[in-house]
Design a protein around this ligand. Structure first.
Ligand SMILES: Cc1ncc(COP(=O)(O)O)c(C=O)c1O
Length: 434
């Protein structure tokens, strides 16, 4: 090529949740049977879609509207429906339909949200963090991430003083990003923590990006507050979608609540920029947008939401009780939202000499080669995949230095999960003792 043209930030695009799949497929070719406990797709994991939701979608397809483009911001009736829900939340910021902007999934929104911030400005984000956020932040400016720690010893909650110091001493921070309920930790931010983050944002003049894709999955006695309810006059973006709660991840449908979009000329310009960048793509997919009022407005949706929350509560507690009672050297905490469970390793427990038995010489050689120079938690995950056939995601794949792994609680079969937990637990014990 006549001149190097590739964006320096490309090297920061990492999505371990799917990258580990390539490694798993390579093991499968070598004859290892893999149980996939890594990807957060409820449908692929076997959850059945409610027949009444399928019927709504199929009836929509019989008409012509879903075959056409829709307005760039999204289907007006759906935006009116969603804006009304936001404005009726207790204590909420009031918004109108033009403050709702549809995307092809939250991942599409995240891409544009980070892209439209100036190259040298920074977004502060959690550690661990959902990699779509961190990767997009890393790609834009090619800087190392500015992060605050979610503490496994404090139920994966952040320390407000650390957040404030990160913002105070890094004047280029213009926004704070959080995921609530959180992926990967399953933690739900307490109302006091959310209000504390808003207070810091107000005092330092930064805005808030809150990914609420799991807002409908809270349990173990915890309800979450939505960003719109705590934000007051601070500018913010709340990211929502149907991937995890119809659930319909294949619809690629999500939206952003642009909250207090008129709070300053600059935030207005930024929100208008988000709309314009969607216009460049014409619009987002029409069909799932048309389904939203019919599904969320159906009395059966509330039942479904409650049923699923109970289901994930039961599964999460099964995982928690297993690790609490059986696996020394690890830190596990009860979760309150989403369908993930993080296990952290205690400091100093892992080293680069530990292994697990792998009978087949070709597989052993492949794994030994794959772990050269990788993080210690990824090293454990590779050995466990080859030895036990269980695929989880190493925690360092979520841009953190906390060593551990994340598994999903999506397997519909509780007794199968019990067996998987035994296999993971036994692998940890043997690996640590090796
Ligand atoms: C925190 C978080 N945000 C966004 C997404 C992607 O959402 P969507 O399917 O709407 O792009 C995921 C998917 O796992 C997620 O965990």
């Amino acid at each position: 090529m006549r001149t190097p043209f590739v964006h320096d930030g490309i090297k920061n695009l990492h999505y371990e949740i799917r990258e580990i799949v390539d490694f798993g497929h390579a093991l499968e070719k070598l004859g290892v049977k893999i149980s996939w406990e890594n990807i957060g797709d409820p449908v692929a994991a076997g959850e059945k879609i409610e027949p009444w939701i399928k019927e709504i979608v199929m009836n929509l397809m019989k008409g012509d509207a879903s075959w056409a483009y829709c307005p760039s911001r999204g289907v007006l009736k759906t935006r009116e429906f969603l804006a009304d829900i936001v404005s009726k939340r207790p204590g909420s910021v009031q918004i109108g339909p033009n403050d709702i902007l549809f995307f092809n999934g939250i991942a599409d929104a995240v891409d544009k949200i980070y892209d439209l911030i100036k190259k040298d400005d920074r977004v502060l984000m959690p550690s661990p963090s959902y990699p779509t956020h961190t990767s997009n932040e890393g790609k834009r400016g090619d800087y190392s991430y500015l992060q605050f720690r979610l503490d496994p010893l404090n139920n994966w909650q952040p320390d407000l003083a650390e957040i404030e110091n990160m913002i105070k001493y890094n004047p280029q921070v213009v926004a704070i990003a959080i995921v609530n309920p959180d992926n990967p930790t399953g933690a739900v931010y307490t109302p006091d923590t959310l209000k504390g983050i808003v207070d810091i944002a107000r005092r330092y003049g930064v805005f808030i990006i809150c990914d609420e894709i799991y807002a409908h999955i809270c349990y173990n006695g915890v309800e979450t507050l939505h960003l719109s309810q705590v934000l007051g006059d601070v500018p913010g973006l709340a990211l929502r979608g149907i991937s995890k709660d119809f659930p319909w991840p294949g619809s690629r449908c999500g939206w952003v609540e642009m909250l207090n979009s008129d709070s300053s000329p600059e935030f207005r310009e930024y929100c208008d920029g988000l709309v314009k960048s969607k216009m460049m793509e014409v619009c987002s997919t029409t069909l799932p947008q048309l389904a939203i009022p019919a599904v969320y407005g159906d009395p059966r949706y509330l039942e479904l939401k409650q049923k699923r929350a109970k289901m994930f509560e039961r599964r999460s507690n099964q995982v928690y009780e297993y690790f609490r009672d059986n696996v020394p050297g690890t830190i596990a905490r009860p979760t309150h939202g989403a369908f993930y469970f993080c296990v952290a390793f205690e400091d100093g427990v892992l080293n680069d000499k530990q292994t697990l038995p792998i009978a087949d010489p070709a597989t052993r050689e492949f794994v030994e080669h794959s772990v050269e120079g990788v993080n210690l938690d990824k090293r454990f995950v590779h050995y466990m995949m080859a030895s036990e056939g269980v695929c989880v995601t190493p925690l360092t794949g979520f841009h953190t230095d906390i060593l551990g792994f994340r598994l999903t609680t999506l397997d519909p079969d509780d007794s199968h999960r019990a067996k998987i937990l035994e296999r993971i637990g036994n692998s940890i014990k043997r690996y640590i003792g090796a």
